[in-house]
Design a protein around this ligand. Structure first.
Ligand code: NAI
Ligand code: MG
Length: 368
């Protein structure tokens, strides 16, 4: 029996709701497989916890997390705590402390889901985001606070080692995809130091991947290309800030923020990697039971792949697609289903497929 030690951090807002749903589905997968199981420990680190204790991660907390094979993370952010405090208090210490430098965000329009684009079915992308430095390196400061001469700086930090490793990761990923196409995204016309170095290192690394087709786009032009010519894109690699923005656009084009997954990978596996839906705490729907759990399920499927459970990963993705095709949609996708309805439907689809012994059941007919 293969055992995977999982740390679950629900966090704030709808985070705990979608993580509970994700754990249910993972449990169903494990029991219907029989070859592996999870040992899950939940951590109540959140903005409430911070308000009570003065910290998001208690002393020694990161050390504890190191014992796990993977981390499943909900969201952090609350109305009571400024966003820069919550983000830097919980999510970024894990990403940066565990050197999860490759943030991977696959995007496609799932069956039965409507894209705002007429040709949305052409979307089949992976956004690779540099996740350890760049614009979010935390370098900068403020002086002369409150005075008319107050100054604030936010310095983007790009290191050769950091840039080269994310490019190598992106090329390696592009190589595994049918189209083997990688688009470099920067803003090296206006930003002529760090961004120009990004471009240079990209083309140096490209020499080691002659089988990957490359092209480049400035980030502003990239937004229009994603909307107008989705079929021309496959894998894209961009800095922390640029890819953060582009991947939210990608999620919206794929139908909803509620279905978009992400993996924060430490590719060398020196530290656990962290898997999370792209979305945040979603205050407007917290506690209503209508959060879309699909982003978390898709994220869980990425986590299974990372843990070497490729068959379970595929079974989960198939179950998700059967359920979206079948029209079991939460309100963000125009439906009336609750989180629990989608969760039950995905668990049933997993069990049905396991019973019938088929891994690749045809999607059910679209509900009318
Ligand atoms: P958000 O992602 O929380 O919400 C944006 C919109 O999308 C809202 O209308 C929300 O209802 C909807 N939405 C998001 N996820 C959904 C789901 N699973 N199902 C259905 N609808 C969903 O982004 P927003 O409003 O900018 O941020 C709210 C808080 O979350 C802030 O404190 C922010 O800092 C934090 N945040 C945290 C992130 C993280 O932990 N990785 C990422 C983004 C935001
Ligand atoms: Mg974002």
């Amino acid at each position: 029996m293969r055992i995977h030690k999982l740390a679950a951090i629900g966090g704030d807002g709808i985070g705990p709701e979608v993580i509970a749903a994700g754990l249910d589905v993972l449990e169903t997968l494990a029991t219907s497989d029989g070859g592996f199981r999870f040992e899950v420990e939940s951590f109540a680190w959140s903005s409430d916890f911070y308000t009570k204790h003065g910290h998001y991660i208690p002393p020694g907390g990161l050390e504890r997390l190191k014992e796990f094979d993977a981390i499943l993370f909900g969201a952090v952010g609350s109305r009571e705590v400024p966003d820069h405090v919550s983000l830097w208090g919980l999510r970024l210490p894990i990403c940066q402390g565990f050197d999860q430098y490759a943030n991977v965000r696959p995007t496609r329009v799932l069956p039965g889901v409507k894209s705002p684009l007429a040709n949305g079915h052409e979307i089949d992308w992976v956004v690779v985001r540099e996740n350890s430095e760049g614009e979010y390196a935390g370098m900068g400061g403020r002086s002369h606070r409150g005075l008319p001469i107050e100054v604030g700086t936010e310095v983007a930090v790009f290191t050769r080692a950091g840039v080269e490793r994310i490019h190598r990761f992106a090329f390696g990923l592009a190589r595994t995809r049918p189209r083997k196409h990688l688009t470099l995204v920067t803003k090296s016309n206006a930003q002529r130091f760090g961004m120009v170095m990004w471009d240079e290192i990209f083309f140096e690394v490209a020499k080691d991947y002659p089988d990957v087709n490359v092209d480049r786009e400035l980030v502003d032009a990239m937004t229009t290309r994603m909307v107008l010519k989705p079929a021309t894109l496959d894998v894209m690699v961009a800095t922390n800030l640029h890819a953060d923005i582009l991947s939210d656009l990608a999620a919206a084009l794929a139908g909803s923020l509620g279905i978009a997954p992400t993996a924060n990978l430490n590719p060398e596996r020196k530290f656990p990697s962290m898997f999370e839906p792209i979305h945040g705490s979603a205050f407007d729907i917290t506690g209503k039971g209508v959060a879309n759990p699909i982003a978390t399920f898709w994220t869980a499927s990425m986590m299974l792949d990372h843990l070497g459970e490729h068959d379970a990963s595929r079974r989960l993705m198939n179950a998700i697609e059967r359920v979206t095709a079948n029209g079991v949609h939460t309100p963000d996708l125009g439906g009336t289903a609750k989180t629990i309805d989608v969760t039950k439907a995905v668990r049933k689809a997993i069990l049905d497929a396991a019973k019938s012994g088929t891994q690749q059941l045809e999607p059910l007919k679209q509900a009318t």
